[in-house]
Write a protein that binds this ligand. Structure first.
Ligand code: PGA
Length: 260
């Protein structure tokens, strides 16, 4: 079974002082948890402008770092974008890609073609994508959940080859559960994760068993343990509850309770 990953997606929140404060509290809380390194990875994904200060603040702690986006071109006239190599220079190891806010909310939205370019560029650049997929409420109600997940995986992972299964992470994030307080039930999460795992088997054969599939969407300290206890759930991508050290640590404790 792959190690859990509990990753915080700060989105466009916190100022620099608040970010440093949160990281200090997190480091303190993690020290109190003792040694969990063989059972779980912990990461934060700050706004890109805070990647360097975050890298400094997490030195000597078990906290890892990810970015919330990257562009697929290596360099050039792409005003406002950041390349994978630039993100790698900060010390980040993960890049969130295909988040539903980027697919559905920001501008005209990113399509699967662009997400696929980004996944390929991220892996080629030596970072690990956390590829977010998930259905909207309308799609779920229309009975299209499996079809949507299968399509997104096939399109976003087109031509992807993995040297190691650790080089790819999927986050199942039902759009209706993000930031709504309405999390998927543990059973709904497990069903979706099992479907994702079987699609990954078609793409990556036996590597699929070792690819981490995170659940995201209103994960909180009080629902984390039940969701993390599902056999195909390998961690969480946490938005709102990652902005407080107490609630983020509570989620990590939920995961550690599953694997003592
Ligand atoms: P949430 O966000 O935990 O606030 O629902 C999750 C995410 O968007 O990754």
């Amino acid at each position: 079974m792959p190690k859990f990953l509990i990753a915080g997606n700060w989105k466009m929140n916190l100022n620099l002082r608040q970010a440093r404060d949160l990281l200090a509290r997190l480091a303190e809380g993690l020290r109190a948890l003792g040694d969990f390194a063989d059972r779980a990875d912990v990461a934060v994904c700050p706004p890109a402008i805070y990647l360097f200060p975050t890298a400094k603040a997490i030195e000597g702690t078990p906290v890892q770092m990810g970015a919330q986006n990257a562009y697929f071109e290596a360099s050039g006239a792409f005003t406002g974008e950041l390349s994978v190599a630039m993100i790698k220079e900060t010390g980040a190891r993960y890049v969130i890609l295909g988040h539903s806010e980027r697919r559905h909310t920001i501008g005209r939205g990113e399509d699967d073609w662009m997400i696929n370019r980004k996944v390929l560029a991220t892996i080629a650049g030596g970072l690990t994508p956390i590829l977010c997929i998930g259905e909207t409420m309308a799609q779920r109600q229309a009975g299209q959940t499996w079809e949507v997940l299968s399509f997104q995986l096939a399109a976003d992972l087109s031509s992807v080859k993995l040297a190691q299964p650790e080089n790819l992470i999927i986050a199942y994030e039902p759009v209706w559960a993000i930031g709504t307080g309405q999390n998927a039930t543990p059973q709904q999460a497990q069903e979706a994760h099992a479907h994702i795992r079987s699609e990954l088997s078609r793409l990556f054969a036996s590597q699929a068993a070792e690819i981490r599939i995170l659940y995201g969407g209103s994960v909180k300290a009080d629902n984390a343990e039940a969701i993390m206890a599902q056999p195909d759930v390998n961690g969480a991508l946490v938005g709102g509850a990652s902005l407080s050290a107490d609630s983020f640590l509570g989620i990590l404790r939920g995961a550690l309770a599953v694997r003592r």
